[in-house]
Design a protein around this ligand. Structure first.
Ligand SMILES: [Zn+2]
Length: 260
């Protein structure tokens, strides 16, 4: 014992600890009692929001399509982002394979390269809205959502395309304001059930073909990123088309698929 030191009146573990120590212990115990349940709740809410914002098959409002429930052997090929300067090559590959695709394009890229947007429309492919700036559409205001979607619709209109325009959220992310806007404007959220090249650096055309052929089932929506990256996704297209056709599949656009 140190002379002059004060000790707690209540014994802790059979010992009378110095006042400062037992005071700290008491405060810690109190915070643990409140803090642990609060932390658990925060983690649960954050986990729930994370799954909700990334869910492919569910959103809080509006119509989301990640595949179509059908026995018919139909599949939609959907190509995200751009248009970039790779567009002529992409269109050549699709023309040679005689396959229709649905392009989810960004308004800013259309504004930068209007000639590529026009050539996609002229080739008869479907065009979808993938926002103006390709930003994550979570924790955004209703004004931002409206602006991202409407400015992109306007750019799509300038390509000469007049067909249906479904919407695909960048990174597949959505929470509340985006689905609410889409529901209010009767717009379809077009997700996917097969994504052989997403977030896989170094993936080869062989891998992409194998995963696509393995995962596609009647009514599937395949997502490929052909506008940038190594070129493996574009290289995979003729083989995906050949293999699925020989298995009896017909390729259709996103809006065609939704009528099956
Ligand atoms: Zn994208």
């Amino acid at each position: 014992m140190v002379a002059g030191q004060e000790f707690c009146a209540v014994a802790e573990g059979g010992r009378h600890l110095p006042t400062a120590v037992c005071y700290t212990a008491r405060v810690l115990r109190k915070w643990m009692k409140i803090g642990v349940p609060v932390l658990v709740i925060v983690v649960l809410i954050a986990t729930g929001l994370y799954y909700l914002m990334n869910a492919r098959t569910f959103q809080l409002a509006g119509h989301v399509v990640h595949r179509v429930d059908t026995d018919a052997k139909v599949v939609a090929l959907t190509l995200d982002d751009g248009p970039t300067d790779r567009t002529p090559e992409v269109l050549r590959v699709l023309a040679e394979a005689q396959v229709p695709a649905t392009f989810y394009l960004n308004g800013a890229d259309l504004a930068d390269r209007p000639e590529h947007g026009r050539s996609i429309a002229e080739a008869g492919h479907e065009i979808g809205n993938h926002t103006y700036s390709h930003r994550r559409m979570v924790f955004v205001t209703p004004g931002t959502v409206a602006d991202e979607i409407e400015t992109t619709d306007a750019e799509i209109g300038k390509t000469g395309y007049t067909g249906p325009i479904t919407f695909r959220p960048p990174y597949g992310k959505k929470l509340w304001t985006l689905p609410r806007y889409l529901a209010d404007h009767e717009r379809v959220t077009a997700m996917w059930d097969v994504e052989p090249d997403s977030g896989k650096p170094g993936v080869t055309a062989d891998d992409i073909v194998a995963e696509t052929v393995d995962r596609v089932r009647p009514g599937s929506i395949v997502l490929l990123h052909v506008m940038h990256g190594s070129g493996a996704s574009l290289e995979a297209i003729p083989r995906i088309v050949a293999e699925l056709r020989s298995a009896g599949y017909e390729f259709v656009t996103m809006s065609d698929l939704m009528t099956r």
